[in-house]
Design a protein. Structure first.
Length: 257
């Protein structure tokens, strides 16, 4: 069979364009493709919701790939092991209440299962702004990450979502945009981003789940972003809270969409 370069290009352009067109009006838009965002997307897609995820980097999976200090092993606690089991990820007990898993297997499996469940993932796209109507977050303003990195003046596109989820980790990027530009008071003690605190794994793992919730109308936070918004501590290379956080937000949104 003779290969035609133009047909190859046409296939990519037509397929991607169709996928992007369908992503312009959805139930839930997630920003950030780390473990919390991917798990959230998995549960939403599995429930039949139209969920899309935008990741600014080339690779998805966030910081879980590197485990702790580039030792590609991660720890999850007892309460989160059920999620590893559901995804079919091998986990082995280190001591009572502590389970280890290979970070490469964990990330690749979560990403694969989420996409196969129906989550649409767009990498190399950044959320540079949000859509707000009547004090409610209702969509995202998107541009190519390369445009952002090159500091080019290229206008973005917009998409609409019933709910937006910030899963951008420590930077809490979407929440910061809302705080800076919208005048909306966030549901925190100060009405603004509280900022993450120093590492305390025990407290951080607990608060990350409790803090994963709606912060203002139409806008949720999950993963480390939740502690950055509500002032909880970071927790280091234990990832159970991340997984449980994504699951919690997805289950709440399934009921609302």
């Amino acid at each position: 069979m003779k290969l035609d370069e133009i047909k190859i290009s046409r296939a990519i352009i037509e397929s991607y364009s169709e996928k992007l067109m369908k992503a312009l009006d959805v139930d839930v838009a997630i920003v950030g493709g780390g473990p919390a965002g991917m798990v959230c997307g998995y549960y939403l897609a599995r429930a039949g919701k139209r969920a899309v995820l935008f990741e600014r980097k080339l690779s998805i999976g966030g910081g879980m790939w590197g485990g702790g200090i580039m030792f590609n092993e991660i720890v999850v606690q007892e309460s989160a092991k059920k999620i590893l089991d559901e995804f079919g990820i091998k986990a082995r007990q280190y001591e009572k209440g502590y389970y280890l898993s290979d970070s490469i297997e964990t990330v690749s499996t979560i990403c694969s299962k989420a996409v196969k469940a129906g989550l649409k993932v767009f990498n190399l796209l950044s959320a540079e702004d949000v859509l707000i109507r009547g004090k409610r977050v209702c969509g995202l303003v998107l541009n190519w990450t390369a445009v952002e990195m090159a500091n080019l003046h290229v206008d973005p596109i917009t998409m609409r979502a019933k709910f937006v989820v910030d899963a951008t980790g420590h930077p809490a990027e979407v929440a910061r945009i809302i705080e800076k530009k919208s005048g909306i008071r966030l549901e925190t003690r100060s009405g603004k981003l509280m900022g993450e605190q120093s590492m305390w794994a025990e407290v951080g793992e607990d608060t990350i789940v409790r803090n994963s919730k709606e912060v203002c109308p139409g806008f949720y936070v999950c993963g480390m972003c939740a502690n950055a918004v509500f002032g909880g501590p970071r927790m280091g290379p234990i990832f159970g809270g991340m997984l449980l956080s994504g699951e919690k937000v997805a289950k709440e949104l399934v009921k609302k969409t």
